[in-house]
Design a protein around this ligand. Structure first.
Ligand SMILES: Cc1cc2nc3c(=O)[nH]c(=O)nc-3n(C[C@H](O)[C@H](O)[C@H](O)COP(=O)(O)O)c2cc1C
Length: 158
């Protein structure tokens, strides 16, 4: 690499956590969607992108962008009382984003979720425990499939 070919470095982080159901009277999926919407608004200002899965009360989130912004934001996320049991699964440097078009996409399970999406979300939950990079690719694939089906818009919840 020389002065003319300097590449941007991004951080990409994957963690899991569990919704703290004790603190609100809302339905769990309502809380999850609100979190995703608020996150997207914050992330837009911090040049962050990513995806939030919510399935069976569990969050699986990918956050990517400038390393200092990813770190600062994850520190805030760890202190958030709306979830518990935050477990960092993967934290790597990458040269390209996986979710460049999403400030924070949300793949949330609720009562209207199709069987195909439910299966996809369960598969991500399974993969995250055994192969982080496969889980991340599966999140991207699922979003692409939802977009093709007309269910996804950039930067927003599905
Ligand atoms: C599961 C989960 C995911 C979150 N993801 C993000 C995120 O991607 N970006 C973000 O800025 N805040 C995210 N938040 C919210 C932060 O924890 C925090 O409430 C928010 O950044 C506002 O922080 P502030 O009140 O210190 O300004 C998330 C919270 C939870 C519970």
């Amino acid at each position: 690499m020389n002065a003319f070919t300097s590449h941007k470095q991004f951080s990409r982080l994957l963690y899991t956590s569990a919704l703290d159901i004790g603190h609100t009277g809302e339905r769990p999926e309502q809380t999850a969607r609100k979190i995703a919407e608020g996150s997207a608004a914050h992330n837009r200002l911090s040049d962050l992108t990513g995806s939030l899965v919510f399935v069976d009360g569990a969050f699986i989130q990918i956050l990517e962008g400038p390393p200092d912004e990813v770190e600062k934001t994850f520190e805030r996320i760890c202190c958030d009382f709306r979830h518990v049991d935050v477990r960092l699964i993967d934290f790597i440097n990458v040269s390209e984003r996986l979710f460049e078009d999403w400030d924070m996409a949300c793949l949330c399970e609720d009562k209207d979720t199709s069987l195909a999406l439910r299966d996809g979300l369960q598969e991500i939950r399974f993969l995250v425990g055994i192969n982080a990079s496969q889980a991340m690719l599966q999140m991207r694939n699922l979003l692409d499939n939802q977009s093709i089906a007309g269910n996804a818009r950039n930067s927003t919840a599905i």
